[in-house]
Design a protein around this ligand. Structure first.
Ligand SMILES: *[C@@H]1O[C@H](CO)[C@@H](O)[C@H](O)[C@H]1NC(C)=O
Ligand SMILES: *[C@@H]1O[C@H](CO)[C@@H](O)[C@H](O)[C@H]1NC(C)=O
Ligand SMILES: *[C@@H]1O[C@H](CO)[C@@H](O)[C@H](O)[C@H]1NC(C)=O
Length: 258
């Protein structure tokens, strides 16, 4: 069966040539999804820290080591920080999941240092894996032509403005049109050209401890956050086009974490 032998691969790369390239990160996310499908995520990164919903979990027994039938996945690849984010959906009726995983590598991409997953299922906010699958797979997160790409700073500013709005209603958010929010399995978009994401957010909700994975090629950033005073483990992923919000995907672990 397919195993992730990242360290073995790394030993074949001469250190002088070792770099965290986009294609290498793409290979890693594709191997990650295959490994999740087989339940054989094996890495000599036994030293890698692994968390589920921001709590340490044994990598040999956690969800990462269970075979899951992955129906949909989409990944971000951040060559600046040598990290990736993968959003994936398991609709298997025996136990549906929607999972978001940030993986960090050493700067040369030779070894995993951190694997952090947000794992949502039936007791979590607006959970509906078939809904997430349905809506996410219809969105177009196309590769943005190089000359039209937003910088990391622009993408970060749009994401931060949205997250700041929950604790400061005066923040100016660069709303795009159309824009759609996929929260759990609930979709705000009607498929109309005037769809807006400016349909209200709660107030008095500080969103802190933000951990970002960017991918400028698709105008995106995923942010793991502590959501609100109860520090709900949460992922907010944004797609920005021309500096303005186009898509927002959220996963929020409101149910019991154990
Ligand atoms: C993790 O789980 C494996 C397999 O059950 C076990 O052998 C190992 O001792 C566990 N590690 C820790 C740190 O508990
Ligand atoms: C989940 O989403 C699917 C697809 O949109 C929809 O048909 C179904 O009614 C939703 N289920 C619930 C419980 O909302
Ligand atoms: C969007 O367009 C539809 C159909 O043209 C219209 O009914 C609706 O009121 C518009 N919505 C907004 C927010 O402008």
């Amino acid at each position: 069966m397919l195993k992730l032998t990242l360290v073995l691969c790394a030993t074949l790369i001469s250190p002088a040539l070792a770099q965290c390239t986009y294609s290498k990160l793409q290979q890693f996310t594709s191997e990650y999804i295959s490994a999740q499908a087989s339940g054989e995520f094996v890495t000599t990164a036994s030293s890698a820290s692994y968390t589920e919903n921001f709590r340490p979990v044994n990598i040999s027994t956690g969800l990462i080591s269970q075979p899951l039938k992955v129906d949909y996945s989409k990944s971000l690849h951040d060559t600046t920080t040598c990290s990736t984010f993968t959003e994936y959906v398991v609709t298997d009726p025996s136990h549906p999941y929607v999972i978001g995983t940030q993986i960090k590598y050493t700067p040369d991409g030779s070894q995993i240092t951190n694997i952090d997953s947000i794992v949502t299922d039936s007791d979590d906010w607006l959970f509906n894996a078939t809904g997430t699958f349905y809506y996410a797979s219809r969105e177009d997160w196309f590769v943005i032509p190089e000359e039209q790409r937003d910088t990391r700073e622009t993408i970060k500013a749009a994401a931060d403005a949205y997250l700041d709005l929950f604790d400061d209603p005066s923040v100016i958010v660069p709303w795009g049109t159309p824009c759609a929010r996929l929260e759990g399995g609930l979709y705000s978009g009607q498929g109309l050209p005037n769809d807006t994401c400016n349909v209200g957010v709660p107030t008095g909700v500080p969103i802190v401890n933000r951990r970002y994975v960017f991918d400028e090629t698709v105008g995106s950033v995923d942010v793991f956050v502590d959501f609100g005073v109860n520090k709900i483990p949460d992922s907010h992923e944004f797609r920005v086009e021309g500096g303005k919000l186009r898509f927002v995907h959220t996963m929020s672990v409101t149910g019991p974490r154990d």
